[in-house]
Design a protein around this ligand. Structure first.
Ligand code: ZN
Length: 317
């Protein structure tokens, strides 16, 4: 979007909602940030109230055209359901059933885009990051939990709900008696391979686990199984790995190696052979992926006015 003859410049708002903080920005791209704020996540009324106040700040030179929200889930994404725009049953205290979009719509009166933080991240990485120029990718974050966002044909993937790649079942590796920590499944991917699972298995915080500890071989293998499940179903053109656990730089080469081994030549593409290093890649936008993806959600909301609830708040030229 360009500057319009010295007048008021159109911009988007973006929100990444996380368990500990909400980050909000006004702008049009990572290189055009007009304003930004970090708000601690408390209860929904207070937190969303501060988000609204941020977007309502007077900014005479710009006009807010739409706002995108990428947030922790699970969330309601079906415009035909009453849960649209709400957090569903959440393990985050106070947030089960919290209405996010309704107050934003009422107070801001602009079209609103809406998706999970990880679907936001995959959109951000497609536009500005590790999957630039592609129309499909899987984004997997391995941190306090494991979450996956998927884009297909440039669109974030939704269906019955949204993808929950973190909870795919994984086989139990020989000799591994760790029971897993997922409160729903025990030993799903998240249950055996998220940061807290690693720490519980090792008996110390993740940053204190040495690079040559055999625990990393287990970690890589489990992640390779989880990634292979998503790969075989979705067939993404790139796999992007982010989150705190991936700060252990020695882990990525192990995951690549194990993914190739687990698939065992079945997916007969260069990406699963000599091209593996550019197929399974680290996130480029870091912690900002979801925030920048929310800009893309805002842009999409503006383009689809009238098609979904909360998107008809204001007439635009
Ligand atoms: Zn699980």
């Amino acid at each position: 979007m360009g500057t319009s003859g010295g007048g008021v410049r159109p911009v988007f708002g973006a929100v990444e909602g996380g368990g500990t903080k909400f980050v909000c920005m006004v702008g049009t791209s990572p290189s055009d940030v007009v304003d930004e704020i970090t708000i601690p996540t408390t209860d929904p009324v207070e937190t969303i109230g501060e988000v609204i106040a941020f977007f309502q700040r007077p900014r005479p030179d710009v006009q807010l055209m739409a706002v995108g929200v990428a947030t922790f889930g699970p969330i309601g994404l079906d415009p035909n359901q009453s849960t649209y725009g709400c957090v569903l049953k959440s393990t985050k205290e106070h947030w089960s059933g919290a209405r996010i979009l309704a107050p934003l719509s009422r107070r801001l009166g602009v079209p609103l885009g809406w998706d999970t933080d990880v679907n936001g991240s995959v959109l951000g990485e497609l536009r500005w990051g590790a999957a630039r120029g592609l129309d499909s990718a899987l984004y997997l974050t391995i941190g306090t939990g494991i979450g996956g966002g998927i884009a297909v044909n440039g669109e974030p993937l939704h269906g019955l709900m949204h993808p929950e790649v973190g909870h795919v079942p994984v086989p139990t590796l020989d000799g591994d008696s760790f029971p897993g920590i997922c409160s729903f499944h025990g030993r799903c991917l998240e249950g055996v391979a998220c940061g807290p699972a690693l720490a519980a298995r090792a008996g110390r915080p993740v940053p204190e686990i040495s690079a040559d500890d055999p625990i990393w071989d287990l970690e890589a293998r489990y992640l390779a199984y989880g990634i292979s499940a998503a790969l075989l179903v979705v067939s993404p053109k790139r796999i992007i790995l982010g989150g705190g656990v991936m700060h252990q730089r020695h882990l990525l080469p192990k995951i690549r190696r194990d993914l190739v081994e687990v698939l065992n030549g079945y997916v007969d593409m260069p990406e699963l052979r000599e091209g593996i290093d550019s197929y399974v890649v680290p996130a480029e936008l870091g912690q900002k992926a979801g925030l920048y993806g929310a800009l893309v959600l805002a842009e999409r909301a503006l383009a689809s006015i009238g098609k979904v609830p909360f998107s008809s708040g204001r007439e635009v030229e």
